[in-house]
Write a protein that binds this ligand. Structure first.
Ligand code: S3P
Length: 443
């Protein structure tokens, strides 16, 4: 499937959504699989690697670092050169729109004996990098950043020392950055997590035979890795479908009439499933079938059907990190909830691909919904009518897709400006909706 819609798309209220799909690979796992493949010993063959533009940015950066990558449809083959196999890039690396690429790759670059530079698009250049610069400097890397906080970054690494570090923000990207740098440091690098975040890096480190220790439960979350030990290639690895992408189709099915969506082989790592858990609490008809384990990651098939949502949801504290990428589509879902959704402690949303709190509130208001904005969240009481309107992606993939779902739930046609932003994580998004029976047209 390829993306055939771009820029402005129009979407009609859904009458009947039916589909059975295997979604492209998880974006978080795809980034990690390519990075681990590059620094491990031997060949890795990745199937169902994400088609997201972000994950292509990761492959582009790795190629610029001298990694041999064969990109065939459905199969990415990466020849790992081991911990010392990367070479100095001839130009500045470009992470595009991808915060995961720049933050995690900088951890690897910090372990190299050469100097490299990395940047990204306007959005990435506005996103906070101090959160990775601080620990990497403590490890001994020399990092120059614009205003000491933003990309472009110039990194001169090598001879890192192991540290024990407690990130000030709950961030899997920061945790992963420090653990990746730790692979190049002599001794044990430990990240102490006050709030658990997605653990794909830890799972994959184990799959690669790394000396990783997740600590004892009574010690809190102390994740440590011993550096300078060779990593084994993942070999043949199938990336599970992306649950964050699935969430748009799940919410669309729950909130439109006569809908039933089947999504196959989706990753259901418990550090990512909070959306499903909270939706189930308020009456969502979501079935999780054929649970299994693949490469250390839990996987299942998911079925979502039209549902009536009822109850109050007050979400704050630790659950927010597990749900962070799904909050935009959850807010959209809440317009059909018989009850109130309150989100707090979600300040991080303001420094994602766009200020997502602003974008959600602004677009919901354009569609006639009443929503209260907080500095760290929002509150919305449903059910509310959504009127077809012109909404904006704000250049953010998850806002584009969330408001396409809102368009399916509205009472008349919705126009999404900058809809092509969806390509950043799911270029097939509008095609899948159209194949499920949604009425979509290009302006
Ligand atoms: C990601 C972690 C999260 C998430 C992002 C992907 C990852 O970001 O929002 O989409 O793959 O580690 P933070 O770690 O910055 O919260």
């Amino acid at each position: 499937m390829k993306n055939f819609f771009s820029n402005v798309i129009k979407i009609d209220p859904a009458e009947r959504l039916r589909g059975d799909f295997q979604l492209p690979g998880d974006k978080s796992i795809s980034h990690r699989s390519a990075m681990f493949a590059a620094i491990s010993e031997g060949q890795t063959r990745l199937r169902n690697y994400s088609s997201a533009r972000d994950c292509q940015s990761t492959l582009d950066c790795l190629e610029a670092l001298g990694v041999k990558i064969n990109r065939n449809p459905g199969l990415i083959a990466i020849d790992g050169g081991g911990l010392d196999g990367l070479r100095q890039p001839a130009w500045m690396l470009d992470a595009g729109n991808s915060g995961s690429t720049i933050r995690m790759l900088t951890g690897i670059l910090a372990g190299q004996k050469f100097t490299s530079e990395i940047t990204g698009d306007d959005s990435v250049q506005r996103r906070p990098m101090k959160r990775i610069i601080d620990p990497l400097r403590l490890m001994g890397a020399d990092i120059v950043a614009r205003e000491n906080s933003f990309a472009p970054l110039r990194i001169t690494g090598g001879d890192l020392r192991a540290i024990e570090y407690t990130p000030p923000v709950a961030s899997a990207q920061v945790k992963s950055c420090v653990l990746l740098a730790g692979l190049f440091a002599e001794g044990r690098t430990t990240v102490i997590e006050k709030t658990p975040t997605r653990n794909h890096t830890e799972v994959m480190l184990r799959e690669c035979g790394a000396a990783i220790d997740l600590g004892k439960p009574d010690e809190g979350a102390r994740i440590s890795v011993i550096g300078r030990k060779p990593l084994l290639a993942l070999g043949d690895y199938v990336v599970a479908g992306d649950l964050s992408s699935a969430s748009f189709f799940i919410v669309a099915a729950l909130n439109t009439p006569d809908a039933e969506m089947h999504l196959r082989h989706i990753g259901i790592n418990p550090s990512r499933t909070a959306l499903i858990e909270v939706l189930t609490q308020i009456g969502a008809r979501i079935e999780i079938e054929n649970k299994r384990l693949a490469h250390g990651e839990p996987v299942a098939d998911i079925v979502a059907k039209s549902s009536g949502l009822q109850g109050d949801l007050e979400l704050s504290g630790a659950i927010i990190a597990n749900l962070i990428d799904e909050i935009p589509v959850l807010a959209v879902a809440a317009t059909k909830l018989h009850g109130t959704l309150t989100i707090r402690d979600a300040r991080e949303l303001r420094v994602k691909e766009c200020d997502r709190i602003r974008a959600i509130v602004d677009n919901l208001r354009r569609m006639g919904a009443k929503v209260e904005e907080f500095e760290d969240g929002l509150r919305l009481t449903g059910p509310q009518k959504l009127s077809g309107a012109q909404v904006d992606s704000f250049g953010d993939h998850r806002i584009a897709m969330s408001f396409a779902v809102a368009g399916l739930m509205a009472d008349s046609e919705t126009e999404i400006m900058g809809a092509e932003a969806a390509d950043v994580s799911l270029p097939e998004f509008f095609q899948i909706l159209a194949d499920s029976g949604a009425s979509i047209s290009r302006n």
